[in-house]
Design a protein around this ligand. Structure first.
Ligand code: SF4
Length: 497
C-alpha cells in the first residue's frame, strides 16, 4: 500500500470500527482500532462517540496519527463509538466527505461509517433531493445516512415485510428498509444515542467481524487485526444481511435482508486484508501461501531463487518456494514509511519511481535467475520498474509470477479500478504485458486455480466470492451505461467529483 502519489495496486476504500465498552475510553480504543486498519484507507480518518446524552466527533484529512492527538481525543466522551478510515472512491477527497457522518434526527444523534459502494447511489440521491433532503457531500455514504434519518415507511410505503415483530427498535426497522432499497456493497457501523449497530450487505461483499472485550463490551471491525490490537477476542464474522446491535444488553442479532448468494470480494485474499486477519475463519496468510503453491504447480520456472514483492506478495512467494523447492530469498528492501507521508515528492524525486520505496538486495540477487512473485498486476505501472530493479540488483533472468488472474474488468463495488482504460490486462494480452514490463517470462494464477487454492485453504467444498474483476461475472446487476470502455475516470468521480 502506498501514498496517493505512488500508486501501485488497487485501493480498498475504507476501514470501519464500532465499539460498546462501558467504563473504557472508547475514543482511544477506536483510535488504535483505526490504526490497525490504516491499510484500508489513508486519506482521512474520524471518530464519533456517544455518552447516552450527546454525541461528539472529530475527523480530518490524513492518516489516523495525523488527525488525532491527546487534545482532540479527550473531548470524545462516552461508552459508544464508531470510527472510519477513508480511501475515496466516490466523492472527491475533501473534508466534507470525511466520515463518520453525524447528524441529529428525531430519535437523537445518528452517526454512520461505511465501507463499500452503492451501485444505485445516483437514483437514491435523486430520490432524496426530490423529497427535499439537502446533501452536503458527494458520497453514497451520506445518502445512506439520510435514508436512515427518515422513518422506514418513507422507503417501503409501509410495506416492510422484514419489519421486526418482537422489538420496537426504530433503528432496526430503518436498517431493514435501507437494505430493501440499497444495491451494492456496504459494511456499516452506526452510532445512536444508546447503541452501536453494524450490518453487512446481503451478499457480504465487504468484510465485517465481531469481537468481545475481556472486561465486558463488544467490538465490530472491518478486519480481525483491529480486534486483537485492542485486546478483544475474535468471535465471528457478521453474517451477510445480518444486523447487530451492541449495547448494555450485549450483542443482539436481527435479520436484515436474506440472500442465498454469497459474494465476499476475492481481492481481500489477493491483496487488501492484512495477512494476520481472519476471513471466513481462516488466516489470510495461509490462504495466500496456498495460492502461491498453486501458482508454482501451474507455472513452474527454471530459476535459482524466489523473491516476493514486499509485503503483500510475501506469503504467496513463500508458498511458491515451498511447492517448487526453490529457496525463498529476500530480494527487495522496502522503505515501509515512504508511502505514509502526504508530503509530495518534487519532480526529480518522482522520477525515481519505485526506487523511492524499494531497493534491491544486490548480494542476494547477483548472478541469480529470479522468480519474482507479485500478488496482482492492475495498471502495470510498477511491474516494469520492479523487473528493472531486479536486473539492477544483478539478476540474470526475471520470471514474473502473479498469484491472481489478469484483472480485465472494472470494479463498481468500492475498489478504485472502475474503468477499463486503467487495466493493463484489458488492453494487452499476456505476451504484450510481458514485453511491456520487460520480464523473461510472465504467468498468472488461473481463475480456477485461485478458487481451488482458496477452497482448500478454507477447507470447504464450495465458496461464494465476487471475482468479477477477473471473470466479468458481477454478483449484482450493474447499469449498462457504467460499462463504457472509453471512460477515463470512474463514473462516480465524473458525476460528483
Ligand atoms: S470486482 Fe474485484 S475488487 Fe470488486 S468486489 Fe469483486 S472481486 Fe472485489
Amino acid at each position: 500500500m502506498s501514498g496517493p502519489w505512488l500508486q501501485e495496486g488497487p485501493h480498498e476504500e475504507c476501514g470501519v470500527f464500532g465499539i460498546y465498552a462501558p467504563q473504557r475510553d472508547v475514543a482511544r480504543l477506536t483510535f488504535f482500532g483505526l490504526y490497525a486498519l490504516q491499510h484500508r484507507g489513508q486519506e482521512s480518518a474520524g471518530i464519533a462517540t456517544s455518552d447516552g446524552r450527546a454525541a461528539y466527533s472529530h475527523k480530518g484529512m490524513g492518516l489516523v496519527a495525523q488527525v488525532f492527538n491527546e487534545d482532540n481525543l479527550r473531548p470524545l466522551q462516552g461508552h459508544l463509538a464508531i470510527g472510519h478510515n477513508r480511501y475515496s472512491t466516490t466523492g472527491i477527497s475533501h473534508l466534507r466527505n470525511v466520515q463518520p457522518y453525524l447528524i441529529e434526527t428525531i430519535h437523537g444523534p445518528l452517526g454512520l461509517a461505511h465501507n463499500g459502494n452503492l451501485t444505485n447511489a445516483l437514483q437514491l440521491r435523486q430520490s432524496l433531493l426530490e423529497r427535499g433532503v439537502g446533501l452536503s457531500s458527494t458520497t453514497d455514504s451520506e445518502v445512506i445516512t439520510q435514508i436512515l434519518a427518515a422513518p422506514a415507511e418513507v422507503w417501503t410505503n409501509g410495506n416492510n415485510k422484514n419489519s421486526t415483530k418482537t422489538e420496537t427498535d426504530h433503528w432496526i426497522n430503518r436498517l431493514q428498509a435501507l437494505m430493501l432499497v440499497a444495491e451494492g456493497a456496504y459494511s456499516l457501523v452506526i452510532l445512536t444515542r444508546n447503541a452501536v449497530y453494524a450490518t453487512r450487505d446481503p451478499l457480504g461483499l465487504r468484510p465485517l467481524c465481531l469481537g468481545q472485550l475481556s472486561n465486558g463490551g463488544y467490538v465490530v471491525a472491518s478486519e480481525s487485526c483491529a480486534l486483537l490490537t485492542i485486546g478483544a477476542k475474535y468471535l465471528r464474522e457478521v453474517k451477510p444481511g445480518e444486523i447487530l446491535r451492541l449495547n448494555e444488553q450485549g450483542v443482539t442479532t436481527f435479520v436484515g435482508r436474506v440472500s442465498t448468494r454469497r459474494a465476499l470480494c476475492i481481492f481481500e485474499y489477493v491483496y487488501f486484508a492484512r495477512p494476520d486477519s481472519i476471513l471466513e475463519e481462516q488466516v489470510i496468510h495461509t490462504v495466500r501461501q496456498q495460492m502461491g503453491g498453486q501458482l508454482a504447480r501451474e507455472a513452474p520456472a527454471e530459476a535459482d531463487i524466489v523473491v516476493g514483492v514486499p509485503d503483500s506478495a510475501t506469503p504467496a512467494a513463500i508458498g511458491y518456494s515451498l511447492e517448487s523447492g526453490l529457496p525463498y530469498t529476500e530480494g527487495l528492501t522496502k522503505n515501509r514509511y515512504i508511502g505514509r507521508t502526504f508530503i509530495e515528492p518534487d519532480d526529480a524525486l518522482r522520477q525515481l519511481g519505485v526506487h523511492l520505496k524499494y531497493n534491491p538486495l544486490t548480494s542476494n540477487l547477483k548472478g541469480k535467475r529470479v522468480v519474482l512473485v507479485d500478488d496482482s498486476i492492475v495498471r502495470g505501472n510498477t511491474a516494469g520498474p520492479m523487473v528493472q530493479l531486479m536486473r539492477e540488483g544483478g539478476a540474470l533472468e526475471v520470471h514474473v509470477r502473479v498469484s491472481s488472474p489478469p484483472v480485465r474488468h472494472p470494479c463498481f463495488m468500492g475498489v478504485d479500478m472502475a474503468t477499463y482504460k486503467q487495466l493493463i490486462a484489458h488492453n494487452l494480452n499476456i505476451e504484450g504485458i510481458r514485453q511491456q514490463i520487460g520480464a523473461d517470462t510472465l504467468a498468472y494464477l488461473s481463475l480456477k486455480g485461485m478458487t481451488t487454492a482458496i477452497r482448500e485453504a478454507l477447507a470447504v467444498a464450495e465458496t461464494g466470492h465476487c471475482d468479477a474483476c477477473f471473470s466479468g461475472n458481477y454478483p449484482i446487476s450493474i447499469p449498462v451505461w457504467l460499462f463504457d470502455e472509453n471512460r477515463e475516470k470512474p463514473i462516480f468521480e465524473e458525476m460528483w467529483g
